[in-house]
Design a protein around this ligand. Sequence first.
Ligand code: GLN
Ligand code: ZN
Length: 804
Amino acid sequence: MASHIVGYPRMGPKRELKFALESFWDGKSSAEDLKKVAADLRSSIWKQMKGAGIKYIPSNTFSYYDQVLDTTAMIGAVPPRYGWNGGEIEFGTYFSMARGNATVPAMEMTKWFDTNYHFIVPELGPDVKFSYASHKAVEEYKEAKALGVDTVPVLVGPVSYLLLSKPAKGVEKSFSLLSLLDKILPIYKEVIAELKAAGASWIQFDEPTLVKDLESHQLQAFTSAYSALESSLAGLNVIIETYFADVPAAAFKTLTGLKCVTGFGFDLVRGTKTLDLIKGEFPSGKYLFAGVVDGRNIWANDLASSLSVLQSLEGIVGKDKLVVSTSCSLLHTAVDLVNEPKLDKELKSWLAFAAQKVVEVNALAKALAGHKEELIGWEGLVVDARAVHATLKKRDSEPVGQNDANAALLAISFLFQAFFSANAAAQASRKSSPRVTNEAVQKAAAALKGSDHRRATNVSARLDVQQKKLNLPVLPTTTIGSFPQTMELRKVRREYKAKKVSEEEYIKAIKEEINKVVKLQEELDIDVLVHGEPERNDMVEYFGEQLSGFAFSANGWVQSYGSRCVKPPIIYGDVSRPKPMTVFWSSMAQSMTARPMKGMLTGPVTILNWSFVRNDQPRFETCYQIALAIKEEVEDLEKAGINVIQIDEAALREGLPLRKSEEAFYLNWAVHSFRITNCGVQDTCQIHTHMCYSNFNDIIHSIIDMDADVITIENSRSDEKLLSVFREGVKYGAGIGPGVYDIHSPRIPSTDEIADRINKMLQVLETNILWVNPDCGLKTRKYTEVNPALKNMVAAAKLIRTQL
Ligand code: GLN
Ligand code: ZN
């Protein structure tokens, strides 16, 4: 029984690649330095997998930035603006495409399916001249081979590549990207030929778009592409890997009908229906790469339950054709639990990061094989077998003199059993731990299901009552929450956390900062103020740290894009709020001004989507629990005299499932969760929400259904798109503030420019519902940018007011 890993994180256990990249970009180290760090990381990953006993070890899953960009480089599809003149693509061109340079902006970046990883979107058109311009895949294969590791080179499959591309600027939107297949396949053939010549016997094509709702002509492209590659692939074993969701029945049929394929990889964690398809019909003689170890989460695998799935599959595909694998690339999980000294032992026993998942995959494969001799590969991994053997000897007073190999074997098999029983014990402790289960929370959350929660009065009546109390001018101005986070602020937070600064000093420092931000907003004459969020490091972490049921890793980083990583909180137990989280700061801020001060919270859906979530209950249950905790906070804020409360749902849109058929269910519980947080306040309490990303035209009805009094949304990069919804007649009765300038850029917008924007909005939105605000929080900007930008924003609002 063999084992396979779809892909592995590139950043390194301590984000070594991040630091090497950033130092190179800053001109502080050379290209050679960067290449050395990268080569060391690759080598240690390959050796680790080999040592763990993995049979099919991937190569070319490393990347200096992104694997889709690597593919763009491979086929030489460099947009002309980067001035590339052919030849092998070097760092200069590669990183310009990824990050832009002094004169040319970067290529667009977008989310990789429903993960938090972002890829660089290829820009293609009929005139692109493709050429084999990056030999990275072959070089990495050879590099591993020289280290004694025969790997499976991984390529982004040609059809998924095209389906993930967009027409370049100037190319008709209706241009068929798939029509480029004939032009890119010759390059793939060159790569395949070189890999073969270098000695590769397997090759893996990642075709994750197969899990989406594809049309028949798109499915047909898979058949055409892989039959066109058939002769080149002769003599190679081919894996087509899918992940992130169920493969729909039609796609399953197309996929399993491909002749040149030796084995198919499926995500059996998110794809339970795929399991049924496999059980229904699987082509005989083909390999099944069964992705039973979750690549997107940090939980230890339930080995016993995986084994039973695998055993049932064995009966279908045959013992020698079943390969144990990960559900997707391990890129989407944290790297190594070894670097988590602060997590307690019990919690740690429930977890597995990438390095531990590799061990799990191998253990499952070996357990399935059931042969002791096959356990030998295990030697390198968990412990030094000899050390265990020594203890063993003492315990069992085993006869001395036994030959070393046997002794090691015995030790390994002992370890192996110990590994399985430790896993079973951990699973059991997780199920029964009082740290996980809180009966009261379970009950309260269960009671929410199926019922509805919304404020009793409709939004327009509420807005009237609120206006009487708040007395705001038309086109009220506000900001999204955070103000610039200075070095001093970060320092004081860090030192307070490290107990180097007393609570008193800390409060004093934060209070001063809030005061500064309040005074600034008053000077700018902003209507609804914020406290600036100086006490927060991150909008999810801040709440997670104060809620029960959350844990935080020290090094559990996951690549988000390029060198950027995020460290999602781990939700391991029922969520509750031991005490108020923001009331202290918000009421302090309110006491500094006569103007309304917004309470500032992160919504349940965003907290959920930006965390590693429990896999022992459905996502919506966890979401409802968080919603109840936030509800308590909302009500406490109201009691403390805060009349405007913003509940950010920055990540609501990005939690949307990959398949259309699942969208309604998600939106239903997500929007319900949001309403739960604020259904208990008086009509006079004005509930705001904020969302990032502009692409919500397709979910506008769900946004309306959130029933917030005011929504502020990121918009400035796509005015037209957002406004078109309203132009088409969607009625929006609540307050709405489409961002009037882009906070992601240091550029300062002029008063005229903002006024223009407001006027444009007024053509489609009624005067009495429009708010004026930036796109998002200001935390990444400098005061030298924020001051003039906000000044112009307020001036623009005032100018338009005089013209109404
Ligand atoms: N209130 C948050 C802030 O202003 C919102 C951030 C976000 O939407 N990503 O920073
Ligand atoms: Zn935002």
